[in-house]
Design a protein around this ligand. Structure first.
Ligand SMILES: *Cc1c(COP(=O)(O)O)cnc(C)c1O
Length: 360
């Protein structure tokens, strides 16, 4: 068996030790005589798993007690609608900055329920920077302010958060959750699809401040009301049980690594290795302005479509897979989430150097 270095943007690689543990427990999890997939979500054995996952989230992210951690389904994309359905309770106004496709989708869903005030957009430069916005243009009466914290497709991230005062800041952290320290108390709501940095697809994690729960209109469907899930410990219906179990294994792995501050240090090293090479290379270059570069998703190009294709093909043959960039940016993208070891990035850069020499 040989494992590849998987640079996929999502679903993406998981720590090998997590996969091995899941495999070892496949037929008999913790003496239960069954797989987690076969367990009742109401059983004592399963209670330990979901409660353990929540406790680890709280510990690793430093989530204050006045926030709920919800384990939902439907992906980050369902949150684009669920957030306005629950948070549009007064002015029905959302402030936002358009930093890519996910931000645009969140805005267009919100528009179905209220008004959207776009404070800035980087679409003019294929979203390769985070627009500067003037706080004087913020709506003081907005029900919430939405950002995509890390832009998976374009490789940008917010290094400074907008100061929204009393307006709850809501952030899509699908591709940067648990990758670096984050002050949860600065946000009203955080959400993430699991398949980038948490575990298998099928699970969506929502971290929501208590005061934002329970104000949704009576017409909001039961399953799309945060109160339903908050009141029932994410067990109103059957939660994505196996995905939550793997998520718990990933969080245990992260805790053993030293937690978020330890992985942040590693993530910064990994990103620096790749960006330093892109900055010095005469063949490859990063597409994002240096001050807004993501730690997780690194798009790069050669400037020649044929050479890009040759690179992706040869990289794949050498065991570096899923390096093709998103169709809207072209070129390449290396997603280097928590589970990507430093060694994977070092070897990728060695491969890129060799490719550059061979194709001068
Ligand atoms: C992947 C991704 C999404 C979409 O997530 P789904 O779980 O597929 O709905 C949304 N936002 C960001 C930032 C993403 O990276």
């Amino acid at each position: 068996m040989s494992r590849v270095y998987n640079f996929s943007a999502g679903p993406s690689m998981l720590p090998e030790s997590v996969l091995k543990k899941a495999a070892a427990e496949m037929l008999d999890c913790q003496g239960s005589g069954m797989s987690v997939m076969e367990m009742s979500h109401r059983s004592k054995d399963y209670e330990v798993i979901i409660e353990g996952a929540e406790a680890l989230f709280r510990e690793l992210m430093g989530i204050p007690d006045c926030y709920k951690v919800l384990f939902l389904q439907g992906g980050a994309s369902t949150q684009f609608a669920m957030i306005p359905m629950n948070l549009f309770t007064n002015s029905k106004k959302m402030d936002t900055i358009l930093t890519g496709q996910w931000a645009k989708k969140a805005a267009s869903e919100a528009k179905k329920y209220g008004s959207v005030n776009i404070l800035g957009s980087s679409e003019d430069q294929v979203f390769n920077y985070i627009p500067k916005v003037d706080p004087a243009s913020f709506s003081p009466d907005a029900d919430y302010f939405h950002i995509t914290y890390n832009n998976t497709i374009y490789g940008t991230k917010f290094n400074t958060l907008p100061e929204t005062g009393n307006v709850p800041l809501v952030a899509d952290i699908s591709s940067c959750v648990l990758s670096e320290a984050m002050d949860v108390s600065k946000f009203g709501l955080l959400y993430a699809g699991a398949q980038k940095n948490i575990g298998p697809a099928g699970l969506t994690v929502v971290i929501i401040r208590d005061d934002l729960i329970g104000k949704a209109d009576a017409s909001v469907p039961t399953m799309l009301n945060y109160q339903t899930h908050s009141d029932n410990g994410s067990m109103y219906n059957t939660p994505p049980t196996y995905s939550i179990y793997v998520c718990k294994l990933v969080l245990e792995w992260l805790k053993e690594m030293g937690g978020v501050s330890a992985i942040e240090k590693i993530n910064r090293e990994k990103a620096k290795i790749l960006y330093d090479f892109l900055d010095e290379s005469s063949m490859f270059r990063g597409t994002v302005v240096p001050e807004d570069r993501s730690l997780m998703n690194v798009p790069f190009v050669t400037g020649d479509d044929e050479l890009n294709a040759k690179f992706i093909k040869e990289a794949k043959a050498a065991g570096f897979v899923n390096l093709k960039g998103h169709r809207s940016v072209g070129g390449m993208r290396a997603s280097i989430y928590n589970a990507m070891p430093t060694e994977g990035v070092v070897k990728l850069v060695e491969f890129m150097k060799q490719f550059e020499c061979d194709n001068k």
